[in-house]
Write a protein that binds this ligand. Structure first.
Ligand SMILES: [Fe+2]
Length: 116
């Protein structure tokens, strides 16, 4: 497992323990109106909460609308690895979230958001 490569979900039906802890779980509407403010929640991970303690924690995650970075959230071990953001979009995008665990490196997941 290279520390320099972004890891994504291989098989949603057969997740590894590391994937269950690290893949960013994105809760967001399937579609929104142009310019409408909506919420997304990002949590690491889905089936298993990622540890947040000295020596092993999620340091940050970034949110991209297609290729443009639109948000960045930094954590300390005093936090839970979860945040809710308010966004507004002008056009349909692939929303990508990339997170960094200080021990296990980069993990990413994405979700299509349709803008009407
Ligand atoms: Fe980790």
């Amino acid at each position: 497992m290279s520390k320099y490569k972004v890891k994504t979900l291989n098989d949603p039906e057969d997740k590894t323990v590391l994937e269950k802890k690290h893949i960013p779980f994105i809760t967001a509407p399937e579609s929104v109106e142009k310019g409408e403010v909506f919420e997304i929640t990002v949590k690491m991970g889905k089936e298993i909460d990622h540890p947040m303690q000295e020596g092993h924690f999620i340091e940050y995650f970034d949110v991209y609308a297609d290729d443009m970075k639109i948000a960045s959230v930094t954590f300390t071990p005093e936090c839970e690895a979860e945040a809710t953001l308010k966004l507004k979009l002008e056009e349909s995008v692939t929303l990508k979230v990339a997170e960094y665990c200080n021990l296990h490196g980069y993990w990413a997941h994405e979700k299509e958001i349709e803008v009407k």
